[in-house]
Ligand binder design. Structure first.
Ligand code: PFF
Length: 454
């Protein structure tokens, strides 16, 4: 099955470029905005332990599987399954990924828009002198407006489309390689500041001291969803990126490195946020607003804090951009390859439809606040359904595809680069994708959604 035509297909330029692009997709608002608030709502340290277990036993194997499928097939998620399993219904897994991509891009770009508002606020001194309660009110009143969130959303969407138009390699690789390390440095400065605030110790305890009595089916489901969301797995993003990865890249090493970078950034975000949460007397269960209330509070404690805040929100917006690019790329690769239209046309169609979906998500606390399904507004509905249902279900089917359908020799060939790499953990990998990952995902699902009770 090897030897698809590489010519004419865009590809990543170097080993570092591959990691930069995949890490660019993984690292983003999921780490700095979503991880802290989901952890805060689901028991702190106990959540962290489950999260770690999931990353290693499920996340990395799923990521490796996606890269294998992508590079083997040289296709978008739908085309990949059609190529590797012709005439079989597996392509529906890819279709589900495209649906998830639409929903994620919609609400994620809305949050990315919030970061633009916060960049703007650092410029006009909007945070100056405000205490936590005032910062919370400021966030709520911004997000319940209609025009501003929708406007920032639109600007971010157009920026994403512009970069995807420029092509995979030029657009994504360059920005990530320089800016992500900078983000990490600023994050570390924030951690130090947060840790030295009076009362910070409680936050450290909350984050690192597990209270196992807090673990419920929901906690585990939320950790699973967060892991999938943060690693960008379960919907074919890494199938798509895998299809651009050169033949000599070590896919297993790439998956491990990307997952570790992603994990480290999430943990640093936790260390930056929670000590300050307790120092400022904010509830760790503040939900989606948590990061947006806590960070401006920390910046105010730093000399020259607003310049620092500007740099931080700017880099956060870039981190979000390298993620939105990867999601849009999934849709564009699918449209252009499967429907046989130009990339340009595909980008225009995808972006235009995204305006409708995304504006609705960004108005979830404004004009459309009363539109609810299962008691969730549009934003929360997209957020919950993708992370906790579509991505884990996609991941389950992706590992099942490798474990039970794709000839084992194909997987081995792809992971060992035609036998030129020595694979130390291949048997462990097979064990994880055959038994642990599918069974764990299925159980967490049934339990978390209340279908079966343990
Ligand atoms: N992993 C990204 C983050 O943590 O911010 C979000 C994301 C990107 C999710 C791409 C899914 C995806 F396919």
């Amino acid at each position: 099955m090897s030897g698809f035509d590489f010519s004419g297909r865009d590809s990543f330029g170097s080993r570092l470029g591959v990691i930069a692009a995949a890490a660019g997709s993984a690292v983003g608002l999921g780490n700095i905005w979503r991880f802290p608030y989901v952890l805060g709502e689901n028991g702190g340290g106990a959540f962290l332990i489950i999260y770690l277990l999931i990353i290693f036993a499920i996340g990395i194997p799923v990521m490796m599987s996606e890269l294998v499928i992508g590079r083997r097939s040289q296709r978008n998620p739908v085309g990949a399954f059609r190529t590797l399993a012709p005439g079989k219904p597996w392509f529906l897994v890819g279709m589900m990924g495209i649906v998830a991509a639409f929903m994620i891009l919609a609400f994620y770009t809305a949050v990315a828009g919030w970061t633009l508002e916060y960049i703007y606020q650092t410029l006009i001194g909007g945070f100056n002198g405000k205490n936590s309660a005032e910062l919370a009110t400021m966030f709520e009143s911004f997000r319940s407006e209609s025009l501003r969130p929708a406007l920032w959303f639109s600007i971010f969407l157009v920026a994403t489309a512009g970069i995807v138009l420029g092509g995979v390699r030029k657009g994504i690789e360059k920005s990530t390689k320089i800016l992500m390390p900078l983000l990490l440095i600023l994050l570390i400065v924030l951690c130090i500041k947060s840790l030295t605030l009076p009362g910070a110790g409680k936050g450290v305890e909350f984050l690192f001291k597990p209270d196992f009595s807090k673990i419920t089916g929901t906690t585990v489901l939320m950790a699973l969803g967060q892991a999938f969301f943060s690693l960008s797995i379960g919907m074919g993003t890494l199938i798509t990126y895998g299809s651009y990865i050169p033949r000599d890249n070590n896919l297993a090493a790439t998956a491990v490195q990307v997952s570790m970078v992603d994990l480290i950034i999430a943990i640093f975000a936790g260390i930056a946020i929670f000590p300050a949460v307790f120092a400022f007397g904010i509830s760790p269960e503040s939900g989606e607003s948590l990061t947006f209330i806590v960070l401006p509070g920390i910046f105010q404690q730093i000399t020259g804090g607003m310049a620092f805040a500007f740099a931080f929100f700017f880099l956060l917006a870039i981190a979000a951009l390298t993620s939105t690019i990867s999601v849009l790329e999934v849709i564009v690769a699918y449209f252009s390859e499967q429907l046989n239209i130009s990339r340009r046309k595909a980008i225009i169609i995808a972006t235009a439809s995204m305006f409708v979906l995304g504006i609705s998500a960004s108005l979830s606390w404004g004009l459309m606040r009363d539109v609810k399904l299962f008691n969730l507004n549009i934003f929360d509905l997209f957020n919950f359904t993708t992370a906790n249902i579509l991505l884990p279900l996609g991941g389950l089917l992706i590992v099942a595809f490798l474990a039970w359908f794709l000839p084992g020799g194909d997987t081995l060939d792809e992971l060992s680069n035609g036998g030129t790499l020595k694979l130390k953990y291949y048997r462990l990998f097979r064990f994880l994708i055959k038994f642990i990952a599918p069974v764990a995902i299925a159980l967490v699902f049934l339990n978390g959604l209340g279908l079966v009770k343990f």
